[in-house]
Structures are given as C-alpha cells and as structure tokens.
Design a protein. Structure first.
Length: 301
C-alpha cells in the first residue's frame, strides 16, 4: 500500500510516498524538467528526517517525473534578484540540504532518467548508489549559462566520484557526459532501459541486507570523505573518543564510548543466539565511527 509520507514542507512539486519499506521522493515538475525550487529543497530535507524517523523505512529512492529529467538544476527564476551575499547564502542553504541527504541512515538510490544537471547532479552525487537509463546526461554547464560557481563541498564530492580531470573538463568546457561514460567512471552502477524495474530490484536487495552493516559503511565513508581520508580517533584501554568531523551531527550518538566487551555483552543479552565473539567484532567496528548508542538503538533481531 502506498502512503503519502508526513513531511513538514508540503508541495505538489515534491512527492514523498512510503510503500513496503521504501520511501520514494519524486521531483515532480516535468514541465520544468524538475528544476528545484526552495520549497522542493526544503521538502527533500524533510523527507530525510522522515526516512530516519521511521524504523519501518529501509530504503530511500530519488527519482524525477516525466521521463525527460532527474533534476535539471535549480529554477533560475529564483536567481533574478541575487547579489553576491544572496548567492553565498543560497550555496550555504543548498549545501546544508545536500549534507543532510548524505547523512541519511538508510541506503539512498538515485534513479536517473534523462538530464541530471547542476543541482540535480549534486543531489545524485549524495545518493549511495545510482542507476541510469541510456537517456541520462550529466553535467554542470554553468560556465556558459549562469556564470556562477559550485560550492566547495559539491565540487569536492564530484571530484571524488568522477575524478579530478573529468570534473575540471566538464566544468571548463560545460561538457555533458553520457550514461555510458558515467558507468565507466563508476558514478552509476547500472545503465538499463527498465529503470523502474532495476530500482525496485535494488531496493528489494537492500531491504534484505543487514541495516547496521549498511549504516556503518555509509557513516565511515561519509566521515572519510568529510575528513579528507582519515577518521580522527583517540583510543585508550577503557574507551575510545571520537571527534566528529561532519558538520551534520548524529544526535543519537555519543562521543564517549563504553568498552567493546561491555557493548558485546549488551548485544548478547538481547540475542543469545549470536556469538559473543561476533558481537565483539561488530562492536569494535562500530566504535570506530563513534556511534555506539546509535548502533544499540537501531539494532534489529
């Protein structure tokens, strides 16, 4: 059964629906190739809160309506009265939304059909995995259109995912890359005509995997990215103390961690059929990302 998810930012231009453990966010401005408005960005941030606040939701899917675009950037009608400070404020707001999307606890799939441009490429880059149709085109042609700049955070993420030389070439020459090139670069994991079926298959696969393992992978990868390749951690015999490197706090985490043995005992008490050695290994791994209380709170039999 499909339900409209309860989101604080209500707009028909952004549809948020929950069905069978999957939260689907649809960018719904096909007449404008799904160009983003402020309300749509705020709605996306609210959808992230919904995804993390409902334990029945196991996967989040991002898609565009109409078959011609995933998201073709931000609606430039909103830029008509911009000056320098307004542009800086805009980039800050968008960066905050994208950071929130990257910090979602569950796996995020971007299903890309058609143009994935500018802000749309930034949104897709914040997903964990991406599937595309052969019609997908990726680019940030701001050098010949708007004459503005990417935020440092978005530029860094694109370089990380697509490679420095390719991103610089795309930006300076305002070049689009096709689906096959995105596949070869590793930016998308699959190119297929039946993007809806592929997305459903990926979502079903992810729903069947261990949520805590997937969360820990996402969290470590995000921190490694944010910190430039290292997780800042100090360890003693009794505790590990982690200084969080992300600008988006994990509110259910604690930076003061109990010993790995104590955590293993807590888990063994909850599920005696799971070996204590395995639990100690898991606890040690999760301790490295500094979210023991998050781990405990999200544990599922």
């Amino acid at each position: 059964m499909t339900e409209a998810a309860d989101s604080g930012a209500k707009t028909d231009d952004l549809l948020v629906e929950s069905e069978d453990g999957v939260l689907t966010v649809t960018f719904n401005r096909p007449e404008a190739r799904n160009a983003m408005t402020w309300d749509m960005y705020m709605g996306l941030a609210e959808a992230c809160e919904t995804a993390d606040g409902d334990d029945s939701i196991r996967v989040m899917v991002l898609r565009g309506a109409g078959g011609k675009a995933f998201v073709a950037g931000t609606d430039i009608a909103q830029f008509t009265e911009f000056d320098g400070p307004a542009g800086v404020a805009y980039e800050k707001r968008i960066s905050e939304v994208l950071a929130r999307l990257r910090a979602v606890n569950i796996p995020v799939i971007a299903a890309i059909d058609g143009y994935c441009v500018g802000g749309g490429l930034g949104i897709a880059a914040c997903a964990d995995v991406r599937v595309a149709s052969p019609r997908a085109r990726f680019g940030v042609p701001i050098a010949r259109t708007l004459g503005n700049c990417l935020s440092g955070d978005t530029l860094g993420l694109l370089i990380e995912l697509l490679g420095r030389a390719r991103v610089v070439d795309m930006l300076l020459r305002a070049r689009f890359i096709e689906a096959d090139e995105a596949l070869g670069a590793g930016f998308v994991g699959l190119v297929t005509e039946d993007i809806a079926e592929a997305t459903a298959e990926w979502a079903a696969t992810l729903k069947g995997h261990a949520p805590l393992t997937m969360w820990s992978v996402k969290e470590v990868v995000r921190r490694l990215s944010d910190s430039g390749g290292s997780v800042d951690m100090r360890t003693s015999s009794n505790e590990s103390t982690v200084r969080r490197t992300s600008t988006t706090p994990c509110t259910r985490s604690s930076t003061r961690l109990p010993t790995n043995g104590a955590v293993a005992e807590l888990f063994h008490a909850r599920s005696p059929v799971v070996g204590s050695h395995h639990l100690r290994v898991v606890a040690a791994e999760v301790a490295q990302v500094g979210c023991i209380s998050e781990f405990l709170g999200r544990y599922r039999e």
